[in-house]
Structures are given as C-alpha cells and as structure tokens.
Design a protein around this ligand. Structure first.
Ligand code: S3P
Length: 440
C-alpha cells in the first residue's frame, strides 16, 4: 500500500463473510520459537504483514532458515539456538518483535544491535532491559532505554520477576531468556496478559507451569529446556477482526461475519464490552485450532449504549480501545475507559491521537492521564460529523479506527500515512471494499 492519504466515505450497508489475516502475536512467536527450536517448524496462516516479515528476517540473521513455501505458508529450520548476527537487526514498527527477540537473544553468548522505525525508536525498551539485566545480560542504549541498542547475552541466571506493568511482551521476553538461563525463571503477573508464549512453548515441547496465586498468575519455567520444531496454524487476529465487526455495528443495515477468529479469553475483552453495550454480536462454530479457541463472529448493526469499561479488562483488549472509542462515538451516553495508560506507549500515544481525531470529527472526548471518556452521539442532537483529516503518526490502528468511523459519519474522513496499515492488516482496504465500504 502506498502512503498517499486514504479516505472513507459514508455509504452503503456492509454485508458479507470474510477472514482476516493471521494473529500478529502468534505469528511473531511462531517464527521466534521456530528459530530457537531444533528441526523444522511449519507455519500456516502466518500474518504476512510488515512487522512479522521483519521478525522473519531477524530470525534469518540469527541463523535460522526461513522460507515462504506458499501463500501464508512458511517453514523455519531452527538451529536449536541463536548465532551472532552479522549486521544490525531492524525490527521495523514492531514492539512485539524487538522485545521478544531481545529476550530470546539474551540467552546466548552473542552481541546484537537492534533498531526500528521512527515510532519504535521512541518506545521504551527499559521494561525489557531491566529484567534481562537482572538475569545477567548487558546493553548499551540511547537515553531513556531507546533503540538503537546493543545487547550482550549469555551466562544468564533465572530470576523471579514481578511484572511492573501488564505487558505480555515483557513477560515473554523474560520467559524466552529463561529458556537458556541457569535454574528456574518465574514471572508473576498481577494482571493476566495474553498467554500465547506459554501455550506455544508447550507446543514446542517445553514444560511451563502456570498457577493462580493470591498475588496473581505465576509462570514457572526451568532453564536449559530444548524446543523441537512443530506445526503452527495461526488463527485470525481478533484485533484485526475488530475493525470490520465494529464497522458493521455502526453502519445501518449491516451484517458481517468474520470466520476463524481467535477467541483466547485473554484477547476478547472488546467483544465482551461490545455485548455489554448492546451489540448484536454472535459467536458460532466454536472450536479448538492448534491449542487456541477459535470461532466465527457475526455483527449486525446495533443500537449501542455507553458503558464504564472495567479497568481490569484492559490487558484483554489493550489494542482495541481505539476502535472501541469509535463504537462509543455512535452509542448513547458516555463510554468511560480508564486504567489504559499503556495506550500512551504503543505505536503512538493512542489516547492523545484518538482524543484529537474524534474531537476533529465533532465528538466529545475527555482525556485523562490514564484514560479517556467518549460522549456518544446517539439520541443527542449532534451527529458524528466527520469531514476531517486525521493525523495518525503512522499508527496502523489509529488509521483503521478513523477509516471505520468515516463509513458511518456524515462527512468523509481522510487519514494520513495509511501505509502503516500493512504492519498488521495487509489487504484491509480490499477486504472492507468487498463488504461494500467506500474506502480508497
Ligand atoms: C503483544 C502485547 C501487547 C500488545 C501488542 C502485542 C504481544 O503489548 O499491545 O500489540 O504479542 O505480546 P504489551 O505487552 O506492551 O502490552
């Protein structure tokens, strides 16, 4: 996709049945675990988005052989460990990629230099470097724990680490380092975060113990475990499915089904919230696919009402607040989203950008340090005006959220830098157009 501005225009009802690209979290992990493992890992349904492709190139640089064998089908020939890369590792826009790879690399006696795009270079890496340092890794980085940075690994010792923020990336980095540390590594998460690393480590043959303790969820992993290549079938990304589903909810006369969406309960907070808001959202054909729950989700246009989103639900929908804010704009009453300070350190400051974008479209928003409230327009005497050009700071989810808003607003919405949509949702415009949306 080029980076020329994209425009969404209000128009017809959305109708159809689609599949969205593979889950981003699982795709990164499949490549990384495949590279750490011995033998062949086959992956189907891989998200062929820019972020994941950067992780694939990184795994090649660390010594694995990564091959595309067909559409969304890849193999990884792992070497049972990482070798020192000959050049700088560029992780593009991907926080998940760089943080998990740093964790994995720290377990080996090597030096590696990491960088990324302008957005990734602004994001905090100290949250990963601190526990890796406690385990024995060393690094040299820019001020504030920013990329580019050089990491030196090897000779690690397991630790017991209490996550200071709800971050699956930090948890995963510590666990991946723990694979090649002496003794046990324990991570205690006061709030449960997505558990794809734990699940996938088991699929690759590792023993990972998880228990619910009074202080939170405790994950325990013995060092020195070897991984064996396996098959990973990547289910559809619920964070991507969110866009066409919310588009259907807010566009009158719509009915859209997204098939094969991952329904891991640590990822489905948005769907729970939308149902509480009165959304006609139904899940059919629930099944298990490669250790993850999967189902087909149908959304029909609905009269939504504002809710107070429980802050403890944030980890299960942290990437979905931008699109929830769009749904909230079309609801009656206010939707209160608190305990989401982590949104400020994503690909952009997502609280600020959503507040600015929605305000530019004529919607009432109140911004707080760790949250925001969106005043719904349904039943009020001011509609969602639209007619704005929205600044995305190159954030894929900010771009897609505002394009969805434009489908049901009174006036067109244009987003700058839409090229970044390809980091997580290649084919977004074609898929939405196929449902009848006027985006282009
Ligand atoms: C991810 C974890 C989340 C999420 C990101 C993917 C992962 O980040 O926002 O898109 O795959 O582990 P944090 O760990 O920073 O919350």
């Amino acid at each position: 996709m080029t980076n020329a501005a994209l425009r969404a225009r209000p128009g017809a009802a959305l109708r159809g049945t689609i599949r969205v690209p593979g889950d981003k979290s699982i795709s990164h992990r499949a490549l990384i675990l495949g590279a750490l493992a011995s033998g062949t890992t086959t992956i189907t349904g891989l998200l062929e988005g820019d972020d994941v492709l950067a992780t694939g190139r990184a795994m090649q640089a660390f010594g694995a052989k990564v091959t595309r064998t067909g559409e969304k089908a890849w193999t990884v020939e792992g070497q049972g460990g990482f070798a020192e890369p000959a050049d700088i590792i560029d992780c593009g826009n991907a926080g998940t990629g760089v943080r998990l790879i740093m964790g994995a690399a720290a377990g080996f006696d090597l030096r590696a230099t990491f960088t990324g795009d302008a957005s990734l270079k602004k994001r905090p890496m100290g949250r990963v470097l601190t526990p890796l340092g406690l385990m024995g890794a060393n690094w040299l980085c820019r001020e504030g724990g920013r990329l580019p940075l050089t990491l030196g690994g090897g000779g690690l010792t397991g630790i017991r680490y209490v996550l200071p923020m709800a971050s699956a990336q930090v948890k995963s980095a510590v666990l991946l380092a723990g694979l090649n540390a002496a003794g046990e590594t324990l991570v205690l998460e006061p709030e449960a975060t997505r558990d794809h690393t734990e699940r996938m480590l088991r699929a690759f043959g590792a023993v990972v113990e998880v228990s619910d303790e009074a202080e939170g969820r405790l994950i325990r992993l013995a060092g020195g475990q070897r991984l064996t290549g396996c098959h990973v079938d990547v289910p559809g990304d619920p964070s991507s499915a969110a866009f066409p589903l919310v588009a259907a909810l807010i566009t009158p006369g719509s009915e859209v089904t997204v098939e094969g969406v991952m329904l891991n309960s640590l990822r489905t907070g948005l769907f729970d919230t939308l149902i509480e808001m009165g959304a006609d959202l139904t899940i059919a054909n629930r099944r298990d696919a490669g250790g993850e729950a999967v189902g087909d989700i149908t959304a029909r246009s609905s009269d939504l009402r504002g809710v107070v989103v429980p802050p403890e639900r944030a980890p299960a929908m942290i990437d979905e607040y931008p699109i929830l804010a769009v749904a909230a704009a079309f609801a009656s009453g206010a939707t209160v989203m608190r305990g989401v300070g982590e949104m400020r350190v994503k690909e952009s400051d997502r609280i600020a950008l959503m507040a600015n974008g929605l305000a530019a479209c004529g919607i009432g928003v109140e911004e707080e340090p760790e949250g925001f409230t969106v005043v719904g327009t349904k039943g009020a005497n001011h509609p969602v005006r639209g007619g704005a050009r929205v600044v995305t700071h190159g954030d894929h989810r900010i771009a897609m959220s505002h394009l969805v808003l434009g489908l049901a607003a009174q006036g067109d919405i244009e987003v700058d830098e839409p090229g970044m949509i390809a980091t997580s949702f290649p084919g977004f415009v074609d898929l939405m157009s196929g449902l009848g949306a006027d985006v282009g």
